[in-house]
Design a protein around this ligand. Structure first.
Ligand code: SF4
Length: 367
């Protein structure tokens, strides 16, 4: 078989320590993973597993579940067992839930040792239990829950404050010779967040979990996350990402995957190359692009499909695509690899493109 050249990326990956979250490697040369978090009550096992299955189907690599009560902790073994992707238990304060999550077979636990110390100092025991079970941990520093001491020192959650907190939390594991953890330093302001991760990347080789916290509703949250992650990933910073949206978690996974695909950090799948339309357009490009996108939504092959509004620039612009249409005079010229293969009436453009896409996918043996 011919070896395909890897597509270009903007920067080499920063060298980080590799850890494991269940079957998924994070850091080092491992592919950047996409995470999300369930919104169901974790103790509602069926709903939680159903949502995890939907996230898995959408391309999620790792899923986090909240664990605020005994009932949730009791649900972890079955969830960890039945989930097809590694499960991370998200725990604040209570060490007993950390031990329960480790025993339940979770791939990792998100827990801040600084919180555990305040409640009941069992950091050493947690580090030992995690090490024995091969479970990794995540330190999640968050602007909203920054230590009072650091808030007093810096006046607010500055990048330096977030990083000082993270480095201190890391030292609480490291003094027990525990190193299998990743770190996040989240802030809702992409500028603060980017600076914090840049500083953290200079401070150590911990694998980093990127996140803009409370990024907002889907549109704003997508822009904030894409901007911030793009700034960091284009410098090689970031080993796993979580887009936080006030929207169903499947949307987070779609956005996260698209960010990685756009930067060539994950193989591109379906890519619609559609023109913005202009005064030359002889077809409703928006509607056509939407219909083609919807019609090809289930296709999981790497396919670039061009949707062009006119035959002036259309064919030229569509040449780079695997498949495309240039519209004009109530007709659509259908292109495959830059060659016109047929011309169809406008109302048959969508179905023809879908049929051709499926044919090409079939030839690739990947439909
Ligand atoms: Fe305008 Fe045609 Fe270019 Fe679309 S392809 S932007 S309609 S010139």
């Amino acid at each position: 078989p011919t070896v395909k050249e890897a597509p270009p990326v903007l920067a080499p990956r920063r060298k980080t320590r590799k850890i494991r979250v269940g079957s998924v490697e994070v850091g080092g040369d491992a592919p950047i993973s996409v995470q999300s978090m369930t919104t169901t009550k974790t103790h509602d096992i069926n709903s939680t597993l159903q949502q995890i299955a939907e996230l898995t189907a959408a391309g999620c690599d790792i899923v986090r579940v909240a664990c605020p009560t005994d009932k949730d902790a009791e649900a972890l073994p079955i969830i960890a067992k039945k989930s097809k992707i590694p499960v991370i238990a998200d725990i604040h304060f209570q060490p007993k839930y950390v031990f329960a999550a480790i025993e339940a077979g979770c791939g990792a636990v998100r827990v801040n040792p600084g919180n555990i110390r305040k409640f009941d100092d069992q950091v050493k025991e947690i580090a030992q239990a995690a090490k024995d079970a091969g479970v990794s941990l995540r330190i999640g520093v968050n602007a909203g829950s920054l230590d009072k001491r650091l808030l007093a020192k810096y006046g607010k959650a500055t990048p330096e404050a977030l990083v000082e907190s993270a480095v201190w939390e890391a030292s609480l594991f490291e003094e027990h010779d525990f190193h299998d953890f990743k770190i996040s330093v989240k802030h809702n302001d992409p500028v603060v967040m980017v600076r914090a991760y840049e500083l953290l990347a200079e401070a150590g080789d911990w694998p980093l979990h990127l996140g803009v916290t409370e990024a907002g509703p889907a549109f704003q949250g997508t822009i904030k996350s894409a901007t911030a992650f793009g700034a960091l990933l284009s410098k090689g910073i970031g080993d796993t990402i979580r887009v936080s949206l006030s929207a169903p978690p499947v949307e987070e996974v779609k956005v996260g995957s698209q960010i990685l695909e756009a930067l060539n950090l994950r193989p591109r799948k379906l890519e619609i190359v559609s023109c913005p339309s202009c005064g030359r357009a002889q077809v409703d490009v928006y509607e056509l692009a939407d219909s083609v996108t919807a019609g090809l939504a289930d296709l999981t092959v790497p396919l670039r499909v061009a949707v062009m509004g006119c035959v002036v620039n259309g064919p030229g612009e569509a040449r780079e695509a695997d498949l495309g249409v240039a519209s004009g005079n109530g007709k659509g010229q259908i292109f495959v690899k830059g060659e016109v293969i047929k011309t169809v009436p406008e109302d048959q453009i969508v179905e023809t493109l879908i049929a051709e896409a499926q044919r090409i996918a079939g030839e690739m043996g990947m439909d």
